[in-house]
Design a protein around this ligand. Structure first.
Ligand code: HPA
Length: 278
C-alpha cells in the first residue's frame, strides 16, 4: 500500500480525469501558457486537490490542466513548487509520485534558467542532459518507501537518452538550434553571485536554476522517464555587466513562447510516434 496521501490524491484525480495521462508536463516560469493549447481541458486548481500544495511563485498559475495535446493524453502542471518557497522537498516530490501512481509514463520538466555557457544568448533552448546538485538536499532523504522505489537508485541516465534523441530529432526537423547541457540547481531565491557562476562553469554547468532537480530525482526514484528543457532567459550573474531581474526572466520566457511551444509539440509528436501511441 502506497502512502495514504498519495492514495487519497490519486483517487481524487481519478474521479476528475477523463482518461489516464501518459505524459505529465511541468511548466516553469512564464511557460504556463503552453497549457492553453491543450484540447478539451479539464482544469483543476491546486486548492481543490487533496494534499496538493499551493503555488506561490510569480508566473505560476497553480492548476492542473488535463486533456489532449498533440494527440496524447497529458496532464500539465501550470505552476510548480520550489524549495525557496519554503516547501519541504517531500512536498516537491509529491506531484511526480502521484503522476506515477496515476499511470503517467513520462514527465517533461521545463524551466527558465540562467546561461552559464558563454555561447548561450537569452532565448536559447537547452535540452537537459544531466544535472549537478551540490545543495546537500535530496527529496529521497529519510526513510525509504519500497513501494515507491529503491533506497539507492541509479542516476546515470536520469534524463532519458532515448527521449533526448527524439527531442533533438524534433528540433532538427523544425530547423531549430537546440543545445544540450548540464543544469545546476541552486536553491535561490537570491540569484547566484558571479563567483558562484564561475565555480558552476568550472564544474561543468551550462545553466543554473532554482527547480527541476528535486522533481527529476523523485521521478527517477519512482520509475518515471524524464525529459527536461531549459529556456535560457538571461546570462547568469557576472557573464555580463547586467543585473538579473525576475521581470526579465518572465519577459524572455513569454517572448520565446512560440519557439518553445513548437519545440515541445514536435517533441511530443516524436515521442507519440516512437511509442506507437494513438
Ligand atoms: N539563476 C537562477 N535561476 C534562474 C536564472 C538565474 O540566472 N534565470 C532564470 N532562473
Amino acid at each position: 500500500m502506497r502512502n495514504k496521501e498519495i492514495e487519497e490524491t490519486l483517487s481524487y484525480l481519478k474521479s476528475r480525469l477523463p482518461r489516464t495521462p501518459k505524459i505529465a508536463l511541468v511548466l516553469g516560469s512564464g511557460l504556463g501558457v503552453l497549457a492553453e493549447e491543450i484540447e478539451d481541458p479539464v482544469i483543476i486548481p491546486y486548492g481543490e486537490i487533496p494534499n496538493f500544495p499551493q503555488s506561490t511563485a510569480p508566473g505560476h498559475a497553480g492548476r492542473l490542466v488535463a486533456g489532449r495535446f498533440q494527440g496524447i493524453d497529458v496532464l500539465a502542471m501550470q505552476g510548480r513548487f520550489h524549495y525557496y518557497e519554503g516547501y519541504p522537498l517531500e512536498t516537491i516530490a509529491f506531484p511526480p509520485r502521484v503522476f506515477k501512481a496515476l499511470g503517467v509514463e513520462i514527465i517533461f520538466l521545463t524551466n527558465a534558467a540562467g546561461g552559464v555557457n558563454t555561447a548561450f544568448k537569452p532565448g536559447q533552448i537547452m535540452l537537459i542532459k544531466d544535472h549537478i546538485n551540490l545543495n546537500s538536499l535530496n527529496p529521497c532523504l529519510g526513510p525509504n518507501d519500497p513501494e515507491l522505489g529503491l533506497r539507492f537508485f541509479d542516476m546515470s541516465r536520469a534524463y532519458d537518452p532515448e527521449l533526448r534523441a527524439l527531442a533533438k530529432g524534433a528540433a532538427k526537423s523544425l530547423g531549430m538550434e537546440v543545445a544540450e547541457g548540464v543544469y545546476m540547481w541552486f536553491t535561490g531565491p537570491s540569484f547566484e553571485t558571479p563567483a558562484e557562476i564561475r565555480a558552476a562553469r568550472v564544474l561543468g554547468a551550462d545553466a543554473v536554476g532554482m527547480s527541476t532537480v528535486p522533481e527529476t530525482i523523485a521521478a527517477v526514484h519512482c520509475g518515471l522517464r524524464v525529459i527536461g528543457m531549459s529556456c535560457i532567459t538571461n546570462l547568469a550573474a557576472g557573464v555580463t555587466e547586467n543585473r538579473i531581474t525576475a521581470e526579465e526572466v518572465l519577459e524572455i520566457s513569454e517572448r520565446e513562447k512560440p519557439r518553445l511551444s513548437a519545440f515541445v509539440k514536435a517533441t511530443l509528436t516524436a515521442i507519440r510516434t516512437a511509442e506507437g501511441w494513438r
